[in-house]
Design a protein around this ligand. Structure first.
Ligand code: GUN
Length: 174
């Protein structure tokens, strides 16, 4: 899809196509549609980023809370979004050893207990060992720094999903 085709989408179609660029937050696509036309894919990515940056801290935390735990309940129940399923599989999180699974569950729990939102990382840029290491390290951060870090990871995830959709027609092909 070229950028002219993106710019020509009515908002219903735009939200259908881009509604999960930010996990379970179609409001981002619905809001960003108003800022068309986009000069390029980069400009569309920047519009998503700017919308997120303009949110109050509670809104940023809300976005983080829309993300499922990595290797968590939704993965086990088969209720992940298509995008998240692909990303978690790519990082090897759908095939954890029992010991890795329990370590991930324990650290995810500690992280959420400490910060009040889930650990978010751009899983497609990591493997499972790296994810476990970062999860344990990031548990020691201050809350504000960790919120900002999580938001930066949301943007990375969104950038890859957007590129996949615009360049290949699928959120997980790039
Ligand atoms: N990284 C990429 N996708 C996801 C996701 O769905 N949840 C979390 N927590 N991190 C991710």
């Amino acid at each position: 899809m070229d950028i002219d085709a993106v710019n020509a989408l009515p908002y219903e179609d735009f939200v259908d196509v881009f509604g999960n660029v930010v996990e379970k937050c179609p409001i981002v696509a619905a809001a960003v549609w108003s800022t068309r036309p986009f000069a390029s894919l980069n400009a569309l990515e920047a519009a998503v980023s700017e919308f997120i940056d303009a949110l109050p801290e509670s809104g940023k935390e809300g976005i983080l809370r829309c993300h499922p735990d990595l290797a968590g309940r939704d993965l086990q129940r088969g209720t992940l979004t298509r995008e998240s399923r692909g990303e978690q599989a790519q990082a090897g999180l759908d095939a954890l050893e029992p010991a890795e699974m329990s370590r991930m569950a324990r650290l995810n729990g500690e992280y959420k207990e400490r910060f009040g939102f889930p650990f978010v990382i751009c899983a497609r840029m990591c493997d499972k060992a790296n994810i476990l290491q970062q999860l344990s390290e990031r548990c020691r951060n201050e809350r504000a720094a960790e919120r900002a870090r999580g938001v930066e990871e949301v943007k990375k995830i969104g950038r890859l999903r957007l590129q996949g959709l615009v360049l290949t027609g699928s959120p997980d092909k790039l």
